[in-house]
Design a protein around this ligand. Structure first.
Ligand SMILES: C/C(=N\NC(=N)N)c1ccc(NC(=O)c2cc3cccc([N+](=O)[O-])c3[nH]2)cc1
Length: 313
């Protein structure tokens, strides 16, 4: 049974568990003052390999969680920690994890998959624009705001995320290069994860949403999953993909490209014909940027104009 810090207990009443992640669990809680329902993600620090990385890693995640602000990225409302646990108070996502919507063995309707995928692209484009690579995009980390099919989705879990140290490399390069070693300029300085890793993961996510099964999976008669991934070997089983449009398949094929320099970028994916769908875009924008209730109310009974003596609220 998790013990919660005193000041946390004073502000929130913790209820039942609502989801289990690999590193900790999620509980439903009520903010005492407002009775507002929230989610609390409990992250045990001891889950991390060694103390050093644990604290640095978690602090980086907390920094990311505080910094991000996008309709399709989870919002942190409050944060507490004890010497061995982090308590992150988040907005409630009543639709739960995307994982539970696609595991049933058949995919989502193509229109629903497109609406979700577009929101994931917008979220990841925002992260990349802010120098953050997620690196762990999977159905468990995509949350749905409601039980409705057409709903807002949010990306969560920045445990594996990386903040691009672009500034250090660019700062290095602004000095006189004459003393810099060759590897500072070659790919060695930027090996490892580029933003393109997120494009690949989104390709796998889209494949699962459309096909209802994973493109790379363990099977006795097949090479290892790692081998399948390195070869970029996947099959669109006709019976599972027969009703899916060619444009959707084209999007998947252009994301699941082994060479990151040839892989579709997030920006290019947003321009792909499959997403040039005004109805879906209008729906997504309404979900991401709902007209403020007060606006709609005011719109009915005449919003005070600037020149009018308004009460200034
Ligand atoms: C920040 C983070 N993980 N970070 C980490 N593992 N280091 C994180 C991971 C997962 C979540 N999940 C939820 O908020 C979450 C999962 C879930 C399932 C059913 C229902 C709800 N809900 O809010 O109603 C859920 N919320 C929230 C945050």
């Amino acid at each position: 049974q998790t013990i919660f810090p005193k000041e946390f207990q004073e502000k929130y009443l913790v209820s039942r568990g609502i989801g289990t992640g690999v590193c900790g669990e999620v509980k439903l809680a009520f903010e005492r003052a407002t009775c507002k329902k929230v989610a609390v993600k409990i992250i045990n620090k001891k889950n991390f390999p060694s103390v050093g990385t644990a604290t640095r890693n978690a602090e980086r995640e907390i920094e990311i969680l505080r910094r991000i602000d996008h309709p399709c990225l989870i919002k942190t409302e409050d944060f507490y920690q004890t010497e061995d646990t982090y308590y992150i108070v988040l907005e409630l996502m009543e639709g739960g994890e995307l994982f539970n919507r696609v595991k049933a063995g058949h995919g989502l309707d193509e229109a629903v998959a497109k609406l979700y995928f577009y929101q994931m692209l917008m979220a990841v484009e925002y992260l990349h624009r802010n120098g953050i690579i997620h690196r762990d995009l999977k159905p468990e980390n995509i949350l749905l705001a409601s039980q409705a099919k057409t709903c807002l989705i949010k990306v969560t879990d920045f445990n594996q995320s990386k903040i691009l140290e672009g500034e250090t490399l660019s700062r290095t390069l602004c000095g006189t290069p004459s003393y810099l070693a060759p590897e500072v300029f070659t790919h060695a300085a930027t090996t490892g994860y580029g933003p393109a890793v997120d494009a690949w993961s989104l390709g796998v996510l889209l494949f699962v949403c459309l096909g209802g099964y994973a493109p790379f999976y363990e099977h006795p008669s097949r090479p290892s999953v790692q081998e399948q991934i390195i070869q970029g070997e996947f099959t669109m089983v006709p019976s599972k993909w027969k009703g899916i449009s060619d444009q959707a398949k084209d999007m998947v094929r252009k994301l699941l490209v082994v060479d990151p320099s040839l892989r579709l970028s997030i920006t290019s994916a947003l321009k792909h014909p499959w997403l040039q769908d005004p109805a879906m875009l209008a729906q997504a924008n309404k979900l991401m940027y709902p007209p403020e209730d007060s606006d709609t109310e005011l719109a009915h009974n005449k919003r005070p104009r600037e020149d009018e003596e308004g009460d200034g609220n």
